[in-house]
Design a protein around this ligand. Sequence first.
Ligand code: GLA
Length: 407
Amino acid sequence: MRCTGLLLIPLLISHAVKALDNGLALTPIMGWLHWARFMCNVDCDADPDNCISERLFMQMADVMVKEGWRDAGYEYVCLDDCWPSRRRDASGGLQADPARFPGGIKKLADYVHSKGLKLGIYSDVGAETCAGYPGSLGHYEKDAQTFAHWGVDLLKFDGCNMRWTRLAEGYRNMSRALNATGSRMVYSCEWPLYEWDFHKPNYTAVRETCNQWRNYADVYDSWSSVKSIAEWTALHQDAVAPWAGPGGWNDPDMLVIGNFGLSHDQQESQMALWALMAAPLLMSNDLRSLCPRSKALLQNRRVIAINQDPLGRQGYRTATLGSFEVWERPLSNRVLAVAVRNKQEIGGPQKLPIVKVPGWRTCGSLCNVTQILPQYKEMGVQRQRTDLAVAVNPSGVVLLTFQPILD
Ligand code: GLA
């Protein structure tokens, strides 16, 4: 195998820039968000089980408690677009669609809180949301107060229908408005995504304003979509990865694991990559009918622990070796997390000797190697010149940790 490119990565570089100072998202948030699976399905007559209604969110909250999601760390139950009424109320406030949310959002928040979970809501920096529902432009204070009054714990703030030159002002004003309510709400932005078409976003400002931020296109339920998000992130890693850290994270969008578009190997690839990217873990799937393998993957404690590592450094793509790609993320206690992807989409498993992983050099003379995905496997203490190799399925991943053993 020929080495087609070996990037020496700035694993130690991170920007010591202030994060949004609300004490939240010290590790990437975890939860569930409706969009990728349920989209703007508002037809509760024809499709009562899958339409955007309070029933859907209450059912998800119930399952999150009953089936171990909350205990695994998934905490936020989040509404996306299409929840509101088309009209503001008499006092200019946002209100939920009365037919689909008869109890209103405050009652839904109380319900979600009674389960030990948190509620997320969605609005837009412009006058309308992407799906054409009322946006917050001209109402930032009022909407922030409404969300606080309802007991909302997170706001996803979209960037449709706003001139790009006004995004910075809008996102900052909403950040201030949320802060002024005195309630603590995770502030999830799409500001950089809508600016990249025009110029490189000012990440110092983004990190001071938001707890997480989308950079790139919406995830779809397909391998080509997940691949393109990984590729964009790798191509822009020097611009985006250093900004991740406690309080503020790059958001590569939702986990689509458990839906229709990814093979199991591809689901493992998404999970491993999202762990290495220190990404928010927001699933968008139907938790009421998830296949057991997808459930076990999403609840894999060891993968989640990598994602939630308290050091909070985002990983990098560190090498492209033939059809392999290597991603690495430094964790606390000098552990290195390593994802080896096989990008070849034909044939069978391919072997890569672990000495080819760039970070192996930093391992010292002895290193304890553990495979986390596809199966947990202790691979033992290895010497520098080990001939240990990992076998990776087409479009799959092997996720490992290297733990140096000090003399
Ligand atoms: C945009 C966002 C998506 C979703 C939709 C809703 O496309 O990027 O995540 O919120 O709007 O309309």
